[in-house]
Design a protein around this ligand. Structure first.
Ligand code: NAP
Length: 237
């Protein structure tokens, strides 16, 4: 149970982050969610109930991240699922777009760990997000794969440097979340069906699958420096 535990979920207004916040709240935690969009935060807060609080925050802005943690003060566990990702053929991808991916998913998590860690209880934890394309190369994911690998390496080194604070990583496979809401429905379903047919579990993931793993990493005091693959066996294919 997570009574009297304060959990900060950056990226908690959607998808895996929102589901993590819901599962943590159901276990009695006080949940704080943060992301950029006020509208998404409002909707998420309505789903989470009155004990949750929300803050607007853009993790690409170092000073914003610093002030956010000054406002939040002491807490127990940090989860950073915030990311906006994209892919495309290496030779046709603008360098600026590639840098944006690093700004958002790598530097965002870097700032969160840097300014969040000093406020976390010594028996607390940080969970960062990598992703399957760091471990299973896929055409069109050169930059995202590099970002995910960089985050995993950062997190594992922090597990040593920030000890006794525990630092772990989740590496989701293909998960059906609002992150693909811009894709036309038919193309999205086709993509999910193709992936599902290749996976040992014969389905793509749900936000709940990954959230369960985050809750495990938060609660198991003997796990640190781990990359937990929640991908339906994707890296074996
Ligand atoms: N879904 C998948 O198939 C999959 C696969 C591998 C890895 N992952 C990883 O899993 C994590 C969660 O993904 P998801 O599928 O749950 O995505 P999602 O549903 O799109 O949620 C992403 C969250 O991040 C927030 N966010 C994005 N950029 C931000 C920024 N600069 N500052 C603050 N908040 C920001 C978004 O809210 P705002 O728009 O309000 O900022 C939203 O709450 C990500 O790290 C993603 O790369 C997902």
């Amino acid at each position: 149970m997570l009574q009297h535990q304060k959990i900060v979920v950056i990226g908690g207004s959607s998808g895996i982050g929102l589901e993590t916040a819901k599962q943590a709240a159901a276990l009695g935690a006080e949940v704080i969610i943060a992301s950029r969009s006020k509208a998404k935060l409002q909707k998420a807060k309505a789903e989470l109930g009155p004990t949750a609080s929300s803050y607007t925050l853009d993790t690409t802005q170092e000073q914003e991240v610093k002030s956010f943690f000054e406002t939040v003060g002491r807490f127990d566990h940090l989860v950073v699922s915030a990311a906006e990702t994209s892919g495309g053929p290496f030779l046709q991808t603008d360098t600026a777009k590639a840098r944006q991916l690093f700004d958002n998913k790598f530097w965002g998590q870097y700032y969160a760990a840097k300014y969040g860690a000093p406020n976390i209880a010594p028996n607390g934890s940080i969970t960062l997000f990598s992703g399957v394309v760091a471990y299973k190369s896929m055409i069109g994911s050169s930059v995202l794969g590099a970002v995910n690998a960089a985050v995993a390496n950062l997190g594992q080194t922090l597990a040593l440097e920030l000890a006794p604070l525990r630092v772990n990583l989740v590496s989701p496979g293909i998960i059906d979340t609002p992150s693909r809401s811009q894709m036309p429905e038919e193309a999205r379903n086709q993509f999910y069906d193709t992936i599902a047919s290749k996976l040992p579990v014969k389905r793509v993931g749900k936000a709940e699958d990954v959230a369960q793993s985050v809750l495990y990493l938060i609660q198991n005091g003997f796990v640190t420096g781990t990359v937990l693959h929640v991908d339906g066996g994707h890296i074996l294919t």
